[in-house]
Design a protein around this ligand. Structure first.
Ligand SMILES: Nc1ncnc2c1ncn2[C@@H]1O[C@H](COP(=O)(O)OP(=O)(O)OP(=O)(O)O)[C@@H](O)[C@H]1O
Ligand SMILES: [Mg+2]
Length: 358
């Protein structure tokens, strides 16, 4: 039985949700009117200025509006990729299950008729030989070339923030787009399911609370500090920083946004030891879905709850961190080897038997 105070909190939350729904609709209406009157100066011109777009590199947004705002030219890599698969999980689920996934890159099949299973709350380490297709898989997921539900938000860390006049703090705090997207997603979910209690909707409202402007700066500053930015550095324009440091800003933004699916390819590449240690602690607490490629076994041991092995064009799943994966795999291989030897002995035995008695 929920306590009185829990009931009260729940009621307050619902009220806040209702207010938010109202505000979102009002904002949208106002925006539409402005566009009709030509007063906004053009959505694209306003929202996709170089700084604003660059502030969220890799961020993939689901709504149609955002898709227009952030539409990127099809890059060469994605033109060379061909992906097929069937969504097996419910479109409103927070897990992603895709069956019969195949990915071809430059005519070479990297994944063939395999299953992708990503569950909420898990942090996956993606391992495989060099050139097996790990980065290609992350690119395909980040670009939504596989059937991921449109309301599932993804952040694929691919590039550093632009060398603009914005400060790292501003880049990280540039969350209005994120807030608008979450509000749109909540509205879509309400229309689709009408269930205010749904887990996903609750998650979105919690995140909207987290994006509260009152605490936004403190949170952004904490993330930047963890990644090596002193308070003075946080106020300098991004154009004064090298690509590596701007990559850290991008990483801070990814952590700030906390997407449902976070894709990181070698996130420690631009970090010193202190920042690596801090990032490990931060990612350990990641409650949504993380898929990460890292050459550091220690880092993977600290962060990952599961390992996906890209092996012979298929995805093989293991529970536990990297060490657990190595142990399970060696046990499996030993078992297979024993079985192989046993079968070989049997064949030999049969041959001798046939030779003797026939
Ligand atoms: N421009 C290209 N033309 C043709 N083949 C390419 C090109 N770029 C990459 N490949 C091939 O695509 C395959 C997958 O590459 P990908 O970068 O996804 O592998 P990876 O597992 O991430 O490797 P690594 O561990 O080295 O990062 C590789 O076999 C690579 O040779
Ligand atoms: Mg790679």
């Amino acid at each position: 039985m929920p306590s009185e105070s829990a009931k009260k909190r729940q009621a307050q939350k619902k009220e806040r949700e209702r207010q938010r729904q109202k505000q979102t609709s009002a904002k949208k209406k106002q925006k539409a009117e402005e566009q009709v009157n030509g007063a906004s100066g053009g959505v694209d011109g306003n929202e996709c200025s170089e700084g604003a777009c660059a502030a969220a590199p890799g961020a993939v947004t689901p709504s149609e509006d955002d898709a227009k705002v952030k539409s990127k030219p099809v890059d060469k890599k994605s033109a060379a990729r061909s992906c097929t698969g069937v969504l097996a999980s419910h479109p409103l689920s927070r897990d992603i299950h895709i069956n019969r996934l195949s990915i071809t890159f430059h005519g070479v099949e990297l994944l063939s008729d395999t299953g992708l299973e990503l569950n909420i709350g898990r942090r996956y380490g993606l391992v495989g030989l060099n050139g097996s297709g790990k980065s290609t898989l992350l690119d395909a997921l980040g670009n939504r070339e596989v059937p991921i539900p449109p309301n599932m938000d993804i952040f694929h860390l691919t590039e550093e923030v632009a060398a603009s006049d914005m400060t790292p703090l501003q880049c990280v705090m540039e969350v209005d787009e994120e807030r608008l997207r979450l509000e749109t997603e909540a509205e879509t979910l309400m229309k689709l399911s009408g269930d205010m209690e749904s887990e996903r909707l609750q998650d979105i409202y919690e995140r909207l609370d987290e994006l509260d402007a009152a605490t936004a700066e403190t949170k952004a500053a904490r993330l930047l500090h963890g990644l090596g930015f002193s308070p003075e550095m946080q106020q300098r324009p991004c154009k004064d920083f090298s690509g590596g440091w701007r990559m850290r800003v991008s990483l801070a933004r990814a952590l700030y946004v906390k997407p449902t699916l976070l894709l990181l390819d070698e996130p420690t590449n631009h970090l010193d030891l202190d920042a690596c240690v801090w990032l490990e602690e931060e990612l350990k607490k990641y409650k949504r879905i993380l898929v990460m490629v890292s050459h550091s076994q220690d880092f993977m041991n600290g962060v990952c709850t599961n390992v996906i092995h890209l092996h012979k064009n298929t995805l093989v799943y293991y529970r536990g961190n990297y060490d657990a994966y190595v142990k399970t795999r060696s046990e499996l291989e030993e078992h297979q080897m024993k079985r192989y030897n046993w079968e070989k002995d049997q064949m030999q035995h049969m041959k001798v038997y046939r030779y003797t008695f026939t």
